[in-house]
Design a binder for this molecule. Structure first.
Ligand code: GLN
Length: 240
């Protein structure tokens, strides 16, 4: 029986908005289908075996915790994460984790290093936090779909000229409140501001990530049509 092997990065520090619910959904969606599920963690000072996991996950975090995580991740995990991404492993990072996927997160005159998996910079610019419900339209290779979530970030993220966003904003703020885009998507590396937690609100996305991580196709599960109907009505309400 194939197993999805998930590694949580800094789970005790990067976990606001119950982002561990994302792991619970990945586990449930695997187990309901008879697939195995293995979960491990890697935190401050710990090395990372890039071959031992199919999906690398990092949740949101407060600026304070991001300081310690950013420095540690650049020092102890950057190279392994690049090798994992290069061989097609899935990397999913939410909000505070997303901000650390790029080159840097600048806050209060300090520049935290990112791991440079994608071409983006995040800056704590003056202005209110970007807070509220958010819906985007994204295509992960199976046609345009809605991803719904909740965002709450002070940092504004700016993608480099050749970098692709995860989706376009239907409602909410997105990466920076200006350009109408949300998240980042390069190969199987995905970053997004959407908490919810993300995967309980978008089980199609959980399934798609499992497919990409295992290189397998999954059948829908009973009840998935309820999510599809909710997302379709969100699109109609937004006129898209
Ligand atoms: N601390 C970051 C910010 O405020 C990320 C917050 C979060 O993960 N929700 O921009």
């Amino acid at each position: 029986m194939p197993a999805l092997r998930v590694l949580s990065l800094y789970p005790e520090l990067m976990n606001i908005y119950a982002d561990r619910g994302n792991i619970a959904v990945l586990r449930a969606r695997c187990e309901w289908r008879g697939l195995g599920f293995e979960h491990a963690a890697s935190s401050l000072g710990e090395p990372l075996d890039e071959e031992a996991h199919d999906l690398f996950y990092m949740g949101g975090g407060q600026d304070r915790d991001q300081v310690a995580v950013a420095r540690d991740m650049a020092a102890t995990k950057r190279d392994a994460l690049h090798r994992a991404a290069d061989r097609g492993a899935v990397v999913l990072a939410v909000c505070g984790g997303y901000q650390l996927l790029g080159h840097s997160y600048e806050l209060g005159g300090e520049e935290l290093p990112g791991v440079g998996l994608v071409d983006l910079r995040t800056v704590r610019e003056p202005g209110p936090r970007l807070i509220g419900n958010c819906a985007i339209e994204a295509d992960l290779g199976t046609g345009p779909r809605v991803i719904a979530g909740f965002e709450n970030h002070g940092g504004r993220t700016h993608l480099g000229p050749d970098e692709r966003p995860l989706g376009r904003v239907i409602a909410g703020h997105g990466n920076n409140g200006h350009d109408g885009f949300e998240g980042v998507h390069r190969g199987n590396v995905i970053g997004t501001y959407l908490h919810g937690p993300l995967l309980p609100k978008n089980v199609w996305l959980a399934d798609r990530l499992i497919e990409l991580a295992l290189g397998a196709e999954l059948e829908p599960l009973p009840g998935d049509e309820l999510e599809q109907a909710a997302h379709a009505s969100a699109r109609r309400a937004a006129g898209v």
